[in-house]
Design a protein around this ligand. Structure first.
Ligand code: PMP
Length: 403
């Protein structure tokens, strides 16, 4: 009897393994997609264009969602990769001078003060470090953010913003994460100030211009009152500059539009203009001190030596080619042209168009222009050195396809 059961179990197990193998062979989805991709295979990029397998050139007004600020195929940045001599890797708890060089370069771009950098591989990790640091700093567990915005894919980052439907699939997020709406600014400001003054919030986190809600520009009084309430209650302000940083909004960082100073700044994307994967959390030194305990943070690939070279040459490239200025001027020109026929708003080359019809992204793609739709708005994030001709061409494609 026992022998019979043993053989039956072996048989069932064997059948399951065979079935799984068969399914794997039959399934074509070797790469998981949460939704179908746009029907274009990208094989290369150059300047403000992506090149499809069919040889067609697509005007890239997304730049990888605020990634390719410098534009594609810039030889100065590619040379940093070509000329890289090593070390291939440095263990995070050793000394590596180029880490210090890059940290100094970033801090030089910020308002004068005592800043310190934490190494990360991208935006989610940078924000996770910021949240951890905030908890360590004021020993509070609650956070406040804009509902439906975006700060990354970790459980904490998703809990911050409560994207519709996510709790249905991932289970309920913690009540420690509170949200305000990015509209009706007078009431939102009152509500946010009241929540912060309750004294239980560790940090308020926001993009300075909310790209992830379709480019929404909060009024200055909103940030003024938030910062005041934060200062009164020892609550931190984490400014997520992952998308808005490195000239995207016509300033080095989006917070400069408001004349305010965050306690923690997170960066990624335009930090390397997409030529390598890298991110950082930059904090005021008194805040960063709260992380001075064993194993408070670790990142195996944070500031990989090759990514560091890329980030350094990218910052130099943006400076040498006055791309922040160009973003400002090109953005004004693009906004003027769009305002002739649609409801557009933005700063620099961070632009959103309201009141659009469905399918405009696919129609534009067919005509050779890459754009995105988020929260019912078109968003446009072209490379910062996009030419006037390229802007004119993109505007004509949008004008033709918007209705
Ligand atoms: N914050 C913002 C504002 C972002 O736009 C993104 C990415 N779209 C992230 C964080 C997450 O960055 P990453 O994908 O590099 O983790």
């Amino acid at each position: 009897m026992i022998l019979y059961k043993f053989y039956t179990n072996i048989y069932i197990l064997f059948s399951i393994v065979l079935l799984m193998k068969k399914e794997k062979i039959e399934s074509k989805e070797v790469l998981f997609r949460d939704s179908p991709p746009y029907p274009v295979e990208i094989i290369n990029s150059e300047g403000s264009y992506l090149i499809g397998k069919d040889g067609k050139r697509y005007l890239d007004f997304m730049a990888g969602w605020c990634v390719g600020n410098a534009g594609w195929k810039k030889k100065e940045i590619l040379n940093a990769i070509k000329n890289f001599k090593g070390p291939e890797y440095v263990l995070p708890n050793y000394i590596y001078k180029r880490w210090e060089d890059l940290a100094t370069k970033i801090i030089d771009l910020l308002p004068k003060g005592e800043w310190t950098c934490f190494r990360a591989t991208g935006g989610t990790e940078a924000n996770e470090i910021a949240l951890k640091m905030s908890r360590a700093y004021n020993k509070r567990k609650k956070f406040l953010a804009f509902k439906g915005a975006y700060h990354g894919q970790s459980i904490a980052c998703l809990s911050l913003v409560k994207i519709p439907d996510h709790e249905e699939h991932f289970g309920k997020f913690s009540d420690d994460y509170l949200q305000i709406n990015a509209n009706d600014w007078e009431n939102t400001t009152k509500e946010a100030v009241k929540i912060i003054k309750g004294g239980e919030i560790s940090a308020f986190i926001s993009e300075p211009i909310i790209c992830n809600l379709g480019v929404i520009i909060p009024p200055k009084y909103f940030f003024d009152e938030i910062i005041k309430a934060c200062k009164e209650t020892n609550t931190l302000f984490i400014c997520d500059e992952v998308a808005t940083g490195f000239g995207r909004t016509g300033k080095w960082f989006g917070f400069e539009h408001y004349n305010l100073e965050p306690d923690i700044i997170t960066i990624a994307k335009g930090f390397s203009s997409g030529y390598a994967a890298i991110g950082a959390t930059i904090a005021k030194q008194n805040v960063a001190e709260s992380m001075r305990f064993d194993f408070s943070n670790y990142s195996t690939f944070g500031w990989h030596p090759l990514s560091v070279e890329v980030a350094i040459s990218n910052i130099d490239y943006i400076k040498n080619n006055k791309l922040v200025d160009k973003s400002n001027k090109n953005g004004q020109y693009l906004l003027e042209k769009l305002s002739e026929f649609c409801n557009a708003e933005g700063k620099g080359l961070c632009i959103g168009i309201k009141e659009i019809k469905k399918g405009v992204d696919l129609r534009c793609l067919k005509d050779g222009l890459i754009i995105s739709i988020v929260e019912g708005r078109i968003v446009l994030f072209p490379p910062l050195d996009v030419s006037k001709d390229e802007i004119d061409k993109a505007v004509e494609i949008i004008r033709k396809n918007i209705d």
